[in-house]
Every structure is written in C-alpha cells, then in structure tokens.
Design a protein around this ligand. Structure first.
Ligand SMILES: [Zn+2]
Length: 67
C-alpha cells in the first residue's frame, strides 16, 4: 500500500530526532548560579552562548549568565 513505507521512515526519523535532541540537551547543560539569590540551577549552554536571559527557580528573576 502507498504510504506504508513513508510512515515507517517518518517514524524512524522522528525517533532519531528525539534521540538526538535528548542527547544534545543532556550534553549541553550546565549549572549556573543566580546572581541575585545564589540558587544554582541547570540551564542549557546554548542559552548562555546566545546571551539569553534565564529564569532563576529560586527568586524568579531574569538574569544572563556570564560566559
Ligand atoms: Zn535567584
């Protein structure tokens, strides 16, 4: 039947992407310390690299981690 093979292919690609995303997210996290309250939290290194603001889980303040 038409679409059968593409369905399997899509399933394989989807699971591969999911695996790759998990691998990347686990590999690219780091612990940052909040400059306001000092609470340590796990953030992605890509956020730090791109100078994106992150939210502190302790005091909910936005801060940009130093490189
Ligand atoms: Zn804080």
């Amino acid at each position: 039947m038409v679409g059968w093979k593409s369905f399997i292919e899509r399933l394989i690609i989807m699971s591969f992407i999911d695996y790759a995303m998990k691998l990347m997210s686990s590999a690219s996290t780091t612990t940052v310390t909040c400059p306001v309250c000092g609470v340590r939290s796990i953030q992605s290194t890509s956020k730090i690299r791109l100078n994106q603001a992150m939210i502190c889980p302790g005091c909910k303040s936005l801060f940009v981690a130093p490189h």
